[in-house]
Design a protein around this ligand. Structure first.
Ligand SMILES: [Fe+2]
Ligand SMILES: [Fe+2]
Length: 282
């Protein structure tokens, strides 16, 4: 059998992801929440009531808010409170992240922890630099690697083989993805994010977190996620698919005007917050 050219594999994967061939469509409650947030007439009370209909989702949303946004301090105890503190758009991202957690099985826990750590890191970088709203940055961090979820669901065998080969060879994940699958998780993440109708402000950091300079808009968010991704990988919390840590993208540092002192402060806070998350989970 002749091997499929990389371009064909890419097109096949794109179609698979766009059709949600193996990926689940979002639960009805999540779809309704996304629609409600987009409608101008919805009130916080109505939105909270919709989310609270699903007790399991509510519990996960609150847990996520308290770990990714407020360092497991249990500050936020109701969905209405989360809506007041974080705003509709951010809660939409949190609801989405909480339901993505449901799609992940136990073998994907490393990826979930990496995503959570990146969400926390992105909030801290945004806070340190004042480059964007920390809560919005956190959602971008939580969702940045959904392309890997797409690969795991759509081509599980190939992707597991690829991860295993990287573990042995110590090559860069992104390069091997392109070589084996014809595309990388950043592009696959964009396809999935579009299929799930996520807003452009979230799609761009997902698409460009490994190359923020290429993002025409929202380069700042992509840069924040790039920095948070590198910092959480070097911290070692979770597992993103490979152990190799790239340096922070020079453009990301420049566009955030990030100093060594800023990085040191973020690393120190990140270490403290990850400790709290681990203690809460122990
Ligand atoms: Fe990534
Ligand atoms: Fe990542």
């Amino acid at each position: 059998m002749t091997p499929t050219p990389a371009g064909d594999r890419r097109d096949m994967l794109r179609r698979q992801i766009q059709r949600l061939t193996n990926l689940p469509s979002l639960p009805l409650v999540v779809q309704r929440v996304l629609q409600m947030v987009d409608s101008t007439s919805v009130t916080g009370k109505e939105l909270a009531a919709e989310i609270e209909q699903d007790a399991a989702l509510t519990a996960r949303v609150l847990k996520l808010v308290n770990s990714a946004f407020y360092a497991s301090s249990g500050v936020v105890s109701t969905v209405s409170h989360a809506l007041v503190l974080l705003g509709f758009e951010v809660v939409k991202g949190v609801v989405l992240s909480a339901s993505i957690f449901d799609i992940m099985n136990s073998s994907m826990m490393g990826l979930w922890e990496h995503s959570l750590g990146c969400g926390i890191g992105a909030r801290l970088v945004a806070d340190q630099t004042g480059a964007c709203e920390p809560e919005e940055a956190s959602v971008s961090g939580l969702l940045h690697d959904i392309g890997k979820l797409a690969f795991i669901c759509e081509v599980p065998k190939s992707y597991n083989r690829l991860i295993e080969a990287i573990r042995v060879s110590n090559h860069f994940l992104l390069e091997v993805e392109v070589e084996v699958l014809g595309t990388d998780h950043a592009e696959a993440g964009e396809w999935l994010a579009k299929r799930w109708n996520l807003p452009d402000t979230l799609i761009r950091p997902i698409r460009w977190h490994h190359d923020p300079k290429a993002s025409e808009d929202d380069a700042v968010r992509a840069a924040i996620v790039n920095v948070a991704d590198v910092l959480i990988k070097s911290h070692g919390y979770g597992f993103s698919g490979d152990e190799k840590v790239n340096p922070i993208d020079p453009f990301a540092r420049e566009c955030l005007q990030l100093t060594i002192d800023d990085i040191e402060k973020v690393v120190e806070k990140l270490t403290g917050e990850i400790k709290k998350v681990q203690m809460a989970e122990a």
